[in-house]
Write a protein that binds this ligand. Structure first.
Ligand code: ADP
Length: 490
């Protein structure tokens, strides 16, 4: 009675004895495997459920399960196995295996399902297909499926729009035909690695050829679809149009290169001009000096005034040219970074500066300063400009006090932050940015002559050392110049 019921079941049911011989091969199994019952009954189960195919083995082995002698050792199990039909076709099956006692012998019953035709997987498949269809019809992402030869097998409208072809036209082409020749080698090498299984997918910025001949930039992502045994079937590719991004990037690069070039040209011009101007200026300077010494007081009072103007103007021009040269040299004559003892530099400088008649009352309070990797002569120039300014912009009614200190912010690249503070005339913060620009002077009284370049040089030196410089001040309350230096040795 039970046997008749099992035989007629539309489910594929196979019953085995405890030596794995088939004892019952029902109608459902005949339908699934294409064998007559008499061809299978009495045979080992391997005929229809081989335990390996080539190098591939079952993910969940059946034989060890069947070798369990005690019924209790074989609970109901769900296995993923290979099936083999009478015509030799291999297919994957889901099998439910349980102990079964069918008189006269004790054995096992296996219910086999083909996952590809089960209603549940059909539903899942439909859902997947629907998801894929929606993704494939994307308005913005170009999709293509290509055969291993590169021939396009399916393309979406977005790819057609990107490349200017119709769907039938693209299906006549291969991905090689629509790839820019200069990007083909890279693309094909990636494809080979994909086929060999060396990578799961690749990302590539590449150029396509539009039907009308121009280039289209795309960010391409390609994956490989394989069969259940891992053999490559076809490629699924999706591409996003990045042409405008690439154009903008190229324009930016060109602009930056052009800027760099004209900047270098300008600097070269400034360096050459200021260097070459020095010679005639020296002549003008020495002869006006001579004129003033020899003929001062011999002409009338007006002539003396004019000679003074000429001497003053030449002097100013000389300072400006010297300043321009030192500004250009920050870039052109930069030296390699080496350990620099900033405290020793400041010490030496201060001794020199204090010897000036206008600085003899000055007092320096110097904290302990670090040794760091930098351009020694530029660091000296930086402190020289700041300390000279502290002296130049001192108040005449109180002795000058300068304080130099340093702190280290380990959080941001281990930068050192230096402060050079004075008790001088100070500066209105509305000029705080402008004073670091070339030829920008604020204090204009005759006792404080300058060329308006010292702080521009400081700014350039600090930037060459990966830092920045700024000022905190108020008129009459001194100035605190702060700058950071990145220590490249740590
Ligand atoms: P210069 O001193 O030759 O004018 P700088 O570039 O060194 O050129 O300085 C620019 C301006 O910044 C100065 O004209 C001055 O007004 C202001 N300045 C610089 N250092 C100080 C300071 N320590 N105290 C007050 N003002 C200062």
């Amino acid at each position: 009675m039970l046997e008749a019921l099992l035989t007629a079941s539309p489910e594929a049911i196979i019953v085995l004895d405890d030596a794995s011989h088939v004892t019952l091969f029902n109608d459902g199994a005949k339908e699934m495997f294409g064998y007559k019952s008499s061809e299978v009954v009495g045979q080992l189960v391997d005929v229809i459920l081989p335990d390996s195919i080539g190098d591939l083995r079952w993910t969940s082995p059946l034989p060890p399960l069947l070798s369990g002698v005690n019924e209790m050792e074989v609970p109901l199990s769900q296995l993923a196995l290979f099936g083999q039909r009478a015509d030799g076709e291999i297919f994957s099956v889901d099998a439910s295996v349980a102990s079964a006692s069918l008189p006269p012998s004790r054995g096992f019953m296996i219910v086999v399902r083909d996952p590809a035709t089960s209603p549940r997987s059909e539903g899942k498949l439909r859902e997947c297909e629907e998801c894929f269809r929606i993704a494939f019809e994307s308005e913005t992402i170009a999709f293509a499926i290509a055969e291993l030869s590169g021939r396009l097998r399916a393309v979406n409208r977005s790819l057609c729009n990107l490349l200017g072809y119709t769907v039938p036209e693209l299906l006549e082409l291969s991905f090689q035909a629509i790839t820019h020749p200069e990007d083909l080698f890279k693309d094909v090498s990636y494809v080979r690695s994909l086929i060999k299984g060396e990578m799961d997918r690749y990302l590539l910025e590449k150029r396509y050829l539009h039907k009308q001949g121009h280039t289209v930039w795309a960010l391409l992502s390609v994956s490989m679809v394989r069969d259940r045994w891992g053999a490559p079937l076809y490629f699924v590719a999706h591409a996003t149009d990045i042409t405008s991004l690439k154009n903008a990037q190229r324009a930016l690069e060109e602009h930056a290169a052009e800027l760099e070039r004209s900047n270098a040209e300008l600097e070269h011009f400034a360096a050459v001009a200021s260097h070459d101007l020095q010679e005639p200026l020296r002549t003008v300077s020495s002869y006006t000096q001579l004129l003033s010494e020899r003929y001062g007081g011999q002409l009338d009072e007006r002539a003396d005034r004019w000679i003074d103007y000429v001497v003053g103007g030449v002097d100013h021009m000389k300072r400006m040219i010297d300043g321009l040269l030192s500004l250009a040299r920050v870039r052109t004559d930069g030296e390699e970074f080496q350990p620099v003892d900033t405290e020793a530099i400041v010490d030496r400088l201060w001794t020199r500066l204090r010897a000036q008649p206008n600085a003899q009352e000055a007092h320096l309070s110097l904290g302990s300063l670090p040794v760091l990797a930098a351009d020694a002569s530029q660091i000296e120039q930086l402190f020289q400009n700041l300390l000279s300014n502290a002296i130049r912009y001192r108040r005449f009614d109180v002795p000058l006090r300068v304080e130099i200190s340093v702190s280290r912010d380990l959080g941001s690249n281990g930068e050192w932050e230096f402060t050079v503070a004075d008790n001088g005339i100070g500066i209105d913060m509305m000029h705080a940015t402008r004073i670091f620009e070339i030829f920008q002077r604020v204090a204009r009284d005759v006792d404080r002559t300058g060329a308006g370049i010292g702080l521009a040089v400081c700014d350039r030196i600090v930037r060459r050392h990966g830092g920045r410089i700024w000022v905190d001040s108020a008129p009459g309350h001194g100035a605190r110049f702060r700058f950071t230096l990145v220590d490249r040795s740590s």
